[in-house]
Design a protein around this ligand. Structure first.
Ligand SMILES: [Zn+2]
Length: 227
């Protein structure tokens, strides 16, 4: 048994939002936090604030997310756990939840391939996992669609985290390239990441894919989106 499995059996689980103890049967967050879950305003997946923000850059078909992201909100801790603290199961479980939430929309049938936003090889090695890949895997289990690494990220670029929105866009351009251009022809691709803030990363990824094959179509899913 892995050490992390053992730890999760022995240590009481804490809610990632309020740090309170989780009760049996509660998943992701405790019942009290779950009742206050900040949903992103999204009645339709083909026309909402998230896709509208991407449209000036590329024609995103569908856009969906689970959480309205605010930097100082305690719900932000979920993303920190996933990204920096090795909570890999939480990432995959959240992906599955997203998949279940979207089951009755057009997205599962529309999607041919689920494409996680990549980390650079160095970052991937250091962290030991790519959170976007885990989320994509969770989503894939619900959608019954494959996950493919169709994007590559160049080494040695600045992390996006500390940059302003224009700097992000400039920094993101040219970072990503299509890894297997011959797999893109006419395909419906669902780009997956943990968070969309300015959208610069998703835009740069979409551009790399569409540049490699303009016949591809792109939708996006993130766990959280800045509101
Ligand atoms: Zn809680």
């Amino acid at each position: 048994m892995l050490l992390t499995d053992l730890a999760s059996l022995l240590l009481p689980r804490t809610c990632p939002v309020c740090e309170g103890r989780m009760m049996p049967g509660e998943s992701f967050v405790c019942a009290a936090c779950s009742a206050q879950w900040p949903r992103y305003p999204m009645e339709r997946i083909d026309d909402n604030m998230m896709v509208r923000r991407l449209w000036p850059s590329f024609p995103a078909i569908y856009g969906a997310t689970l959480l309205a992201y605010r930097h100082h909100s305690p719900f932000h801790h979920i993303l920190m756990r996933i990204k920096y603290q090795g909570h890999t199961r939480l990432a995959e479980a959240m992906g599955r939840w997203g998949g279940r939430e979207l089951q009755d929309t057009a997205l599962p049938a529309w999607t041919d391939i689920i494409v996680p936003v990549p980390l650079s090889r160095m970052r991937r090695l250091k962290r030991g996992y790519n959170q976007a890949e885990l989320i994509a895997r969770g989503l894939a289990r619900e959608f019954g669609r494959p996950v493919e690494t169709l994007l590559r990220r160049r080494e040695g670029r600045k992390s996006q985290t500390r940059l302003g929105s224009e700097e992000r866009l400039a920094n993101a351009q040219g970072i990503y390239s299509a890894a297997i251009p011959q797999h893109l022809c006419g395909k419906h691709l669902l780009l997956v990441d943990d968070v969309m803030t300015t959208g610069a990363t998703l835009m740069a990824c979409a551009h790399a894919l569409l540049e490699a094959d303009p016949s591809a179509q792109i939708s996006v899913f993130t766990l959280a989106c800045a509101s």
